[in-house]
Each structure stands twice: as C-alpha cells, then as structure tokens.
Write a protein that binds this ligand. Sequence first.
Ligand code: FES
Ligand SMILES: [Fe+2]
Length: 384
Amino acid sequence: MIHVTAAESDAIRVIEAEEISTRFARGWHCLGLSDGFKDGKPHTINAFGQKLVVFQGEDGKINVLDAYCRHMGGDLSQGTVKGNELACPFHDWRWGGDGRCKQIPYSRRVPLRARTAAWQTADQDGMLFVWNDPEGNPPPPEVMVPKIPGATRDDWTDWVWNKTVVHTNVREVIDNVVDMAHFFYIHHSFPTFFKNVFEGHVATQVMNGKSRPDTARPASSNAPVLTGNSSVASYYGPSFMIDDLTYHYEGFDLESVLINCHYPIDENSFVLMSGIIAQRSDKLPGDAADQMAKTMSKFILSGFDQDVEIWKHKARIDNPLLCEEDGPVYQLRRWYEQFYVDVADIDPEMTARFEHELDTTRPVESWQREVEENIARREKAASS
Ligand code: FES
Ligand SMILES: [Fe+2]
C-alpha cells in the first residue's frame, strides 16, 4: 500500500518541461520515396536544423550534402548536377557525394580543406534513407532498417506515399507507441489487446482491435465488412516505423505494410510521412488492391490529422501523470533517449529488453459501454 500524506495528495501537480535540445537523433531517417530524387536535379531538404541538398550523380548514387558551399556560401540546391558532382551556382566548384571538392574549373588546385558535411545514404525498397549522427560515426550495419519483402514484389501494390509538415517536437509522435487510450478517443479505433516490447534500437507495439460500429463511416452496400485489425508496429531506430497491419474482413484478410516515419526539420517541426502497400489476392486482384491502398492511405492521413490537432494545442510534458491502464511512457522515453546521447553514454537501461502488456479488461468494458450508448443515441435521434 502506498501512503500518501494529505499534503502530498493536495499538492497541485505541476507540468514539467525542460528546454528542447537542438541535438538531433542518431539514426537512419527516411527522406521519402527515392524516385523523387532521381531526376538529375538538386533537391532542398530542411532537416536536422540545417539545409541539405540531395542529388543523384550519373553513377546512380543519391548523395546528401550540406546545402551551403564552403567557398563563399552559395546555395548548392540551386546548382547543377555535372557528372557525379554537384556544381555550385556561384563559382562552379564541383562537390562530390563524399563531401570533397573534386575540382574548381578555373583553378589549378583544390584547397586542402575543401570538404563539406556529407550524409551517408541508402536506397532501399524504393525509399531514400540518410544516416544522421552528431558524433560523425558511420552507421553500424545492425541498425539498418530491415528490408520489406512486399515493397519489391509484384503481388503487392506500389507505395502510396504522403508527406506533411508538423509544427511540434518529434517526441510527440514517438509517444504514440505506448498510448493505447488515444487510439479510442482520437482515432476512433477499439484496441482490445496492447503490448509493448523495447529492445536494443527497436521499440514495438502489438495491438489488436475490433471495428467500431458507432464511428464507422456508412459503407456502400457491396463493401466488405471490416471486423477488426491486428498490427505489429516497430520503430527501427528513432524515426522509422514498419507496421505489419492486417485488416480482417468477413471472409478474408487484407495484408498491408504501413510505414510511419519522420525526419526533424528543427527542434520544433518535423516532416511526417506515411507509406502504404497492400497485398493483392483473389479477393483483391489488380486494381482493387491499388484502390484499397489509396483508401487506407487516406484513412492513415486522417489519423495523422487527428494527432496533429491534439499536438497543435497540447503542452509538452516531461512528467506525464499516468494511470494503471496507460502504457509505459517513461520506459519508452528512456529507450528513445539512447538516440540523443553519445554512443559511449548509452545506459544499458536504455537498450535492455522491456516488455509490458496492458490489462485491457477495464478499458474494453468501458469502451464497449460507450459504443453502445453512442449507437442507442444515434438510433433515438434517427427515429425521432
Ligand atoms: S560559393 Fe560555391 S563556388 Fe563559390
Ligand atoms: Fe495517434
């Protein structure tokens, strides 16, 4: 039994929030579908508190450099790709993907220190990734984002991809990993099982849910009836989540992979992206699967909007006040902290295996009641 003195229980809880650090997470970050960067032109990306330039050289490799030329500060994203190098628009210095100046056409020699910041890239499953590390170390191979088989298979659709800018700190999106209750109140879904596992650089959320007849949009008469969903969603590192998401319909299952990823623009904004692929089947042949992926993408986007609406108005809070049916917010944030400290300072607690299954008995009872009340209210309104 916990003893709370009168003075303690009477004290007003104070919201604490430390100043947000301008250090950005170490890890692989997806910048979007790689095809969008393969037009032979430089592209501006604002990320990690800086302006970056992304360009594909003639050799096919996609490169990411700091956008500002070390000569006189020209904006390389206004420059021109020449061979495998990016030519600055100001005096034509040629920068290679490794960050070194390769030639200055009007000069005999390239200065020794002509080196700018370059980010390691990976082009995988149709997506472009950059490795960000404030310490400047190369990525350990074991933290590479795993391959997604459906992304390159013909029996799956192509990516349906979306990007939106969100004006808050990225921690808000991470908190969702453990926040079961918001799925009911904000996203109008109905979780019935909820479990988290954190280990190493991976944080997983396992969630099963049933459909909500009180909030489901009126389906067309020939639309399949959705009965529930099962989702296993893992962040691989600080920003890239792969969600193996199965929708259960009467008579068949729809297999899909949802990507939920982001990169920070600065400490107060980030680019939030979603990607969806769905598996074709005899229930969902050809165009039907593509159509379904588009519909799901719209649904995911409306989910993002619901989160954003909350984030826009909420306070940042370092000391959330939790009840028993809330997920392990503190443990999740401890896991997340590993990406913001030097590798040498990673506490074993940040990466140790942690498992937590929520007891959903009480939430399910309460939500079931709420759903029934909503339906009764709706029916009453319709009959009067
Ligand atoms: S500023 Fe880039 S070449 Fe001079
Ligand atoms: Fe959410």
